[in-house]
Design a protein around this ligand. Structure first.
Ligand SMILES: Nc1ncnc2c1ncn2[C@@H]1O[C@H](COP(=O)(O)OP(=O)(O)O)[C@@H](O)[C@H]1O
Ligand SMILES: [Mg+2]
Length: 221
Protein backbone atom coordinates (compact mmCIF):
# COMPACT_ATOMS: atom_id res chain seq x y z
CA UNK A 1 0.00 0.00 0.00
CA UNK A 2 1.17 3.50 -0.81
CA UNK A 3 0.31 6.43 1.44
CA UNK A 4 0.28 9.82 -0.27
CA UNK A 5 0.05 13.09 1.64
CA UNK A 6 -0.60 16.09 -0.57
CA UNK A 7 -0.27 19.69 0.69
CA UNK A 8 -1.93 18.83 4.00
CA UNK A 9 -2.78 21.61 6.48
CA UNK A 10 -4.62 22.00 9.75
CA UNK A 11 -5.05 25.42 11.28
CA UNK A 12 -6.38 26.29 14.74
CA UNK A 13 -7.25 29.98 14.53
CA UNK A 14 -3.94 31.63 13.73
CA UNK A 15 -1.91 28.55 14.74
CA UNK A 16 -0.76 26.63 11.69
CA UNK A 17 -0.38 23.28 13.45
CA UNK A 18 0.32 21.55 10.11
CA UNK A 19 1.19 23.81 7.24
CA UNK A 20 1.24 22.38 3.72
CA UNK A 21 2.99 19.04 4.19
CA UNK A 22 3.50 16.62 1.28
CA UNK A 23 5.24 13.25 1.25
CA UNK A 24 4.79 9.68 0.06
CA UNK A 25 5.32 6.41 1.86
CA UNK A 26 5.83 3.35 -0.29
CA UNK A 27 5.34 -0.31 0.55
CA UNK A 28 7.84 -1.46 3.22
CA UNK A 29 9.18 2.05 3.83
CA UNK A 30 10.12 3.12 7.33
CA UNK A 31 9.60 6.86 7.69
CA UNK A 32 10.15 8.81 10.90
CA UNK A 33 9.13 12.39 11.57
CA UNK A 34 11.05 13.96 14.42
CA UNK A 35 10.40 17.33 15.96
CA UNK A 36 10.05 19.07 19.31
CA UNK A 37 6.84 19.23 21.30
CA UNK A 38 4.25 21.45 19.60
CA UNK A 39 5.72 21.06 16.09
CA UNK A 40 2.52 19.46 14.78
CA UNK A 41 3.39 15.73 14.80
CA UNK A 42 0.25 14.50 16.55
CA UNK A 43 -1.97 16.78 14.44
CA UNK A 44 -0.40 15.34 11.28
CA UNK A 45 -0.78 11.74 12.41
CA UNK A 46 -4.36 12.29 13.61
CA UNK A 47 -5.34 13.46 10.13
CA UNK A 48 -3.68 10.42 8.55
CA UNK A 49 -5.65 8.10 10.86
CA UNK A 50 -8.84 9.89 9.81
CA UNK A 51 -9.59 10.94 13.38
CA UNK A 52 -9.05 14.63 12.68
CA UNK A 53 -10.26 16.47 9.59
CA UNK A 54 -7.84 18.61 7.62
CA UNK A 55 -8.21 22.31 6.80
CA UNK A 56 -6.93 21.57 3.29
CA UNK A 57 -5.02 18.97 1.31
CA UNK A 58 -5.53 15.29 0.60
CA UNK A 59 -4.59 11.89 2.01
CA UNK A 60 -4.64 8.79 -0.21
CA UNK A 61 -4.14 5.15 0.71
CA UNK A 62 -3.43 3.78 -2.78
CA UNK A 63 -6.37 5.24 -4.73
CA UNK A 64 -8.64 5.58 -1.68
CA UNK A 65 -9.15 9.24 -0.76
CA UNK A 66 -9.58 9.35 3.00
CA UNK A 67 -11.98 12.32 3.07
CA UNK A 68 -14.33 10.69 0.56
CA UNK A 69 -15.36 7.64 2.61
CA UNK A 70 -18.03 7.34 5.32
CA UNK A 71 -17.27 6.89 9.03
CA UNK A 72 -18.29 3.23 8.86
CA UNK A 73 -16.06 2.57 5.85
CA UNK A 74 -13.21 4.37 7.58
CA UNK A 75 -13.59 2.25 10.73
CA UNK A 76 -13.54 -0.98 8.71
CA UNK A 77 -10.62 0.19 6.58
CA UNK A 78 -8.64 1.12 9.69
CA UNK A 79 -9.35 -2.13 11.52
CA UNK A 80 -8.23 -4.17 8.52
CA UNK A 81 -5.22 -2.20 7.28
CA UNK A 82 -3.80 0.14 9.91
CA UNK A 83 -2.02 -0.54 13.19
CA UNK A 84 -2.19 2.39 15.57
CA UNK A 85 -0.05 3.22 18.59
CA UNK A 86 -0.67 6.38 20.56
CA UNK A 87 1.45 8.07 23.20
CA UNK A 88 -1.02 7.12 25.91
CA UNK A 89 -2.86 3.95 25.08
CA UNK A 90 -5.88 2.48 26.78
CA UNK A 91 -6.61 -1.19 27.29
CA UNK A 92 -9.92 -2.94 27.88
CA UNK A 93 -10.06 -3.05 31.68
CA UNK A 94 -11.71 -6.45 32.20
CA UNK A 95 -9.35 -8.28 29.80
CA UNK A 96 -5.87 -9.58 30.63
CA UNK A 97 -2.72 -8.43 28.82
CA UNK A 98 -2.87 -11.48 26.55
CA UNK A 99 -6.58 -11.02 25.83
CA UNK A 100 -6.01 -7.34 25.04
CA UNK A 101 -3.26 -8.26 22.57
CA UNK A 102 -5.60 -10.75 20.87
CA UNK A 103 -8.61 -8.42 20.78
CA UNK A 104 -8.06 -7.18 17.18
CA UNK A 105 -8.03 -10.84 16.12
CA UNK A 106 -11.67 -11.13 17.23
CA UNK A 107 -12.60 -7.94 15.40
CA UNK A 108 -10.95 -8.74 12.08
CA UNK A 109 -10.19 -12.47 12.01
CA UNK A 110 -7.45 -12.29 9.39
CA UNK A 111 -5.63 -15.48 10.45
CA UNK A 112 -6.45 -18.91 11.87
CA UNK A 113 -6.59 -19.24 15.65
CA UNK A 114 -3.33 -21.20 15.83
CA UNK A 115 -1.53 -18.50 13.81
CA UNK A 116 -2.82 -15.84 16.17
CA UNK A 117 -1.55 -17.89 19.14
CA UNK A 118 1.91 -18.05 17.54
CA UNK A 119 1.95 -14.34 16.69
CA UNK A 120 0.86 -13.53 20.23
CA UNK A 121 3.65 -15.69 21.71
CA UNK A 122 6.19 -13.96 19.47
CA UNK A 123 5.03 -10.49 20.56
CA UNK A 124 4.89 -11.46 24.24
CA UNK A 125 8.41 -12.81 24.06
CA UNK A 126 9.82 -9.91 21.98
CA UNK A 127 8.41 -7.34 24.38
CA UNK A 128 9.16 -9.36 27.55
CA UNK A 129 5.54 -9.52 28.64
CA UNK A 130 5.58 -13.13 29.99
CA UNK A 131 5.31 -12.23 33.63
CA UNK A 132 2.29 -9.96 33.15
CA UNK A 133 0.39 -11.86 30.45
CA UNK A 134 -2.47 -12.84 32.79
CA UNK A 135 -2.69 -9.53 34.64
CA UNK A 136 -5.50 -6.99 34.30
CA UNK A 137 -4.67 -3.43 33.15
CA UNK A 138 -5.44 -1.98 36.62
CA UNK A 139 -2.35 -3.76 37.99
CA UNK A 140 0.03 -2.53 35.25
CA UNK A 141 2.45 0.41 35.06
CA UNK A 142 2.09 3.01 32.30
CA UNK A 143 5.01 1.43 30.48
CA UNK A 144 3.50 -2.07 30.68
CA UNK A 145 0.21 -0.75 29.29
CA UNK A 146 2.11 0.87 26.44
CA UNK A 147 4.04 -2.32 25.64
CA UNK A 148 0.75 -4.27 25.57
CA UNK A 149 -0.78 -1.68 23.22
CA UNK A 150 2.22 -1.99 20.89
CA UNK A 151 1.75 -5.76 20.72
CA UNK A 152 -1.99 -5.25 20.10
CA UNK A 153 -1.23 -2.91 17.17
CA UNK A 154 0.88 -5.58 15.49
CA UNK A 155 -1.14 -8.78 16.04
CA UNK A 156 -3.14 -8.40 12.80
CA UNK A 157 0.00 -7.70 10.72
CA UNK A 158 -1.41 -4.41 9.41
CA UNK A 159 -0.47 -2.96 6.01
CA UNK A 160 0.89 0.12 7.73
CA UNK A 161 1.77 1.01 11.30
CA UNK A 162 1.16 4.58 12.46
CA UNK A 163 2.88 5.33 15.77
CA UNK A 164 2.79 8.54 17.80
CA UNK A 165 5.54 8.72 20.45
CA UNK A 166 5.31 4.98 21.18
CA UNK A 167 8.24 5.23 23.60
CA UNK A 168 6.91 8.31 25.39
CA UNK A 169 6.12 6.40 28.57
CA UNK A 170 8.92 3.81 28.40
CA UNK A 171 12.25 3.43 30.19
CA UNK A 172 15.35 3.10 27.96
CA UNK A 173 15.37 -0.70 28.18
CA UNK A 174 11.79 -1.06 26.94
CA UNK A 175 12.34 1.66 24.30
CA UNK A 176 15.15 -0.48 22.98
CA UNK A 177 12.87 -3.56 22.78
CA UNK A 178 10.35 -1.47 20.83
CA UNK A 179 13.04 -0.11 18.50
CA UNK A 180 14.18 -3.65 17.71
CA UNK A 181 10.63 -4.96 17.24
CA UNK A 182 9.70 -2.15 14.79
CA UNK A 183 12.90 -2.70 12.86
CA UNK A 184 12.26 -6.44 12.74
CA UNK A 185 8.68 -6.01 11.47
CA UNK A 186 9.86 -3.48 8.88
CA UNK A 187 12.53 -5.84 7.58
CA UNK A 188 9.72 -8.40 7.08
CA UNK A 189 7.75 -5.87 5.02
CA UNK A 190 5.67 -3.77 7.43
CA UNK A 191 5.34 -0.14 6.33
CA UNK A 192 5.92 2.22 9.26
CA UNK A 193 5.25 5.89 9.88
CA UNK A 194 6.65 6.92 13.25
CA UNK A 195 6.43 10.39 14.79
CA UNK A 196 8.58 11.04 17.81
CA UNK A 197 10.89 13.48 19.55
CA UNK A 198 13.14 10.49 20.38
CA UNK A 199 16.01 10.29 17.86
CA UNK A 200 17.14 6.95 19.32
CA UNK A 201 13.83 5.36 18.43
CA UNK A 202 13.88 6.88 14.93
CA UNK A 203 17.41 5.59 14.34
CA UNK A 204 16.42 2.61 12.14
CA UNK A 205 14.05 4.56 9.89
CA UNK A 206 15.11 4.70 6.23
CA UNK A 207 13.88 8.27 5.88
CA UNK A 208 13.78 10.86 8.67
CA UNK A 209 12.07 14.23 8.25
CA UNK A 210 12.54 17.02 10.75
CA UNK A 211 9.35 18.91 11.57
CA UNK A 212 9.12 22.41 13.04
CA UNK A 213 6.14 24.72 13.38
CA UNK A 214 3.95 22.66 11.08
CA UNK A 215 6.42 22.16 8.23
CA UNK A 216 9.17 19.76 7.25
CA UNK A 217 12.40 21.72 7.60
CA UNK A 218 14.94 19.16 6.49
CA UNK A 219 15.53 15.57 5.55
CA UNK A 220 17.83 14.24 8.25
CA UNK A 221 18.32 10.91 6.46
N1 LIG B 1 -7.30 20.99 19.51
C1 LIG B 1 -6.42 22.00 19.40
N2 LIG B 1 -6.84 23.28 19.53
C2 LIG B 1 -5.97 24.30 19.40
N3 LIG B 1 -4.66 24.17 19.14
C3 LIG B 1 -4.18 22.92 19.02
C4 LIG B 1 -5.03 21.77 19.14
N4 LIG B 1 -4.28 20.67 18.95
C5 LIG B 1 -3.01 21.09 18.73
N5 LIG B 1 -2.95 22.46 18.77
C6 LIG B 1 -1.72 23.26 18.56
O1 LIG B 1 -1.11 22.82 17.37
C7 LIG B 1 0.31 22.80 17.52
C8 LIG B 1 0.83 21.40 17.23
O2 LIG B 1 0.41 20.49 18.25
P1 LIG B 1 0.70 18.94 18.20
O3 LIG B 1 0.30 18.43 16.88
O4 LIG B 1 0.09 18.31 19.39
O5 LIG B 1 2.30 18.90 18.31
P2 LIG B 1 3.29 17.71 18.75
O6 LIG B 1 2.55 16.42 18.65
O7 LIG B 1 4.45 17.83 17.80
O8 LIG B 1 3.71 18.01 20.15
C9 LIG B 1 0.61 23.30 18.92
O9 LIG B 1 0.88 24.67 18.86
C10 LIG B 1 -0.70 23.03 19.66
O10 LIG B 1 -0.87 23.92 20.71
MG1 LIG C 1 2.34 14.87 20.05
Amino acid sequence: MILRINNLSRHYGSTKAVNGISFDINQSDYVAIVGPSGSGKTTLLSMITGMLSSSSGEIYFDTLKLSSITKGELARFRAKNIGLIFQFSELVSHLSVEENILLPALLVGKFEEQEYREKCEFLISSLHLHTIRNQLPSSLSGGQIQMTAIARALINEPEILLADEPSGDLDPENSELVRKLLSDFNSRGLTILLVTHDMNLAFDAKTIYEMREGSFTRVVK
